[in-house]
Design a protein around this ligand. Structure first.
Ligand code: MLT
Length: 409
């Protein structure tokens, strides 16, 4: 009899957002007339920029003629997109063409990256955290079982709470892989240049690798907050970065992201020799992936034109105005809130120390609003709750009215 990968049995049966979807569907089936406002999963609601639509239409037309038709493209992505990415996001930061790998989204990349590390690597993750980093390492057997404190054995958790201003402390014992998400999902907070420098210094001293998820970089509004880990001295030696078009340009349903692996980022082989990770990811990518569609990459590249940049700016501005409405609306309702300044997520403290899932139920049943329980992102998220700014304006305003007028706590 074939055997199952037992590591999967260590995980909760369903992925966080699948579980939320299940609970909301159940509520809806029992309350069919309920007017539910969804501010749970960070999924965008507004149309993608017109430049992307036009570029994708033109790309479809190219597909209709043999002379301009495109079959398989380079698995790593077309140069027209990679060059535009370097020009716009990495100018002067020392990133080269063969260090960028275009993909169908950074969720997959964040989940798959662990494959190029040894299975006995020690991981450190912030807590709370985007579930993909941890779950993918559990699946790969890099952790022990889930313990009664909500933590997996063998994982170094780095608590990020209001008490430490959501800035994680360095691990007490050495780790190999460090996941940092900045701007952070779920807390909506950021790390300063000097905080990030501390992590880069740690990684270089300990031969660790930082896996830096900056999917929300476009949402940084304050000057001085780094958008890329490569703005930090020494990061070219120890950091891999993930970026996404999902939140930048509304591509959640179109799917495009990329991973940056400088050739100077190295690990040790079994003989103790330093070897770069870049060729391993190249091997993996070319073996398991046939490239992001030409049409999608044409759409993605369009955001780097001057017109594209201004359309992205207004799209991001729309969601950040929602973030302001949520932040101020919740504060007016008497809640303690974080984030929402450099990120499209607002992280709130549940009232009266209510458990996160209890607050989820209260919000859903009393005011028909879906959010995400902080505990779903890790044990240190207990007692917190996340709302997303990706709703449409009308629903965002209505949600705040309901919370201010009809929610009793
Ligand atoms: C979230 O709600 O945390 C995001 O939508 C998840 C994702 O980008 O996969």
């Amino acid at each position: 009899m074939a055997k199952l990968n037992e590591n999967y049995s260590k995980l909760p049966a369903t992925y966080l957002f699948t579980e939320i979807g299940r609970r909301v569907a159940k509520f809806k089936s029992e309350n069919s007339s309920a007017d539910i406002i969804r501010l749970g999963i960070g999924d965008v609601t507004q149309p993608i920029p017109q430049v992307c639509i036009d570029a994708m239409h033109a790309a479809v037309d190219e597909m209709s003629r043999a002379e301009t038709f495109h079959g398989y493209g380079p698995e790593q992505g077309y140069d027209f997109l990679i060059d535009a990415i370097i020009r716009s996001n990495y100018a002067g930061l020392g990133i080269e063409r063969d260090e960028i790998f275009v993909s169908d989204g950074s969720k997959c990349d964040c989940g798959n990256i662990q494959e190029i590390f040894s299975t006995d690597s020690k991981i450190a993750i912030t807590d709370p955290v985007y579930p993909v980093y941890l779950d993918s390492n559990v699946m790969a057997g890099r952790t022990g079982d889930l313990q009664s404190d909500g933590h997996f054995a063998g994982v170094t958790y780095l608590p990020c709470t209001a008490e430490n201003n959501f800035a994680p402390e360095l691990p007490k014992s050495r780790v190999d892989m460090i996941y940092l998400c900045c701007p952070n999902n779920p807390t909506g907070t950021t790390l300063s240049k000097s905080e990030l420098q501390k992590w880069v210094n740690y990684a270089r001293e300990n031969e660790s690798i930082i896996l830096f998820d900056s999917a929300y970089a476009a949402y940084i509004t304050e000057a001085g907050v780094p958008k890329s880990i490569y703005e930090i001295d020494g990061a070219l030696d120890c950091a891999i970065e993930f970026r996404s078009f999902s939140k930048t340009a509304g591509f959640t349903g179109i799917r495009c992201g990329y991973t940056v692996i400088p050739k100077t980022v190295c690990g040790r082989d079994r003989d103790g020799n330093l070897k770069p990770f870049n060729p391993l990811w190249n091997r993996r990518h070319t073996t398991k992936f046939n490239g992001t569609s030409y049409i999608t990459q044409k759409g993605a590249a369009a955001i780097y034109t001057p017109e594209g940049q201004s359309q992205v700016k207004s799209l991001v501005g729309y969601y950040m105005e929602n973030a302001r409405i949520i932040r101020e609306g919740l504060q007016k309702a008497g809640l303690e809130v974080y984030g929402g300044i450099n990120a499209p997520y607002i992280w709130l403290k549940t009232p009266n120390q209510m458990k996160s899932w209890d607050f989820f139920n209260k919000l859903l049943t009393e005011v028909k609003i879906v959010g995400t329980p902080g505990a779903g992102f890790g044990a240190c998220g207990e007692g917190y709750f996340r709302l997303t700014a990706f709703g449409d304006r009308q629903n965002t305003l209505r949600a705040m009215e309901r919370i201010q007028n009809d929610l009793r706590f």
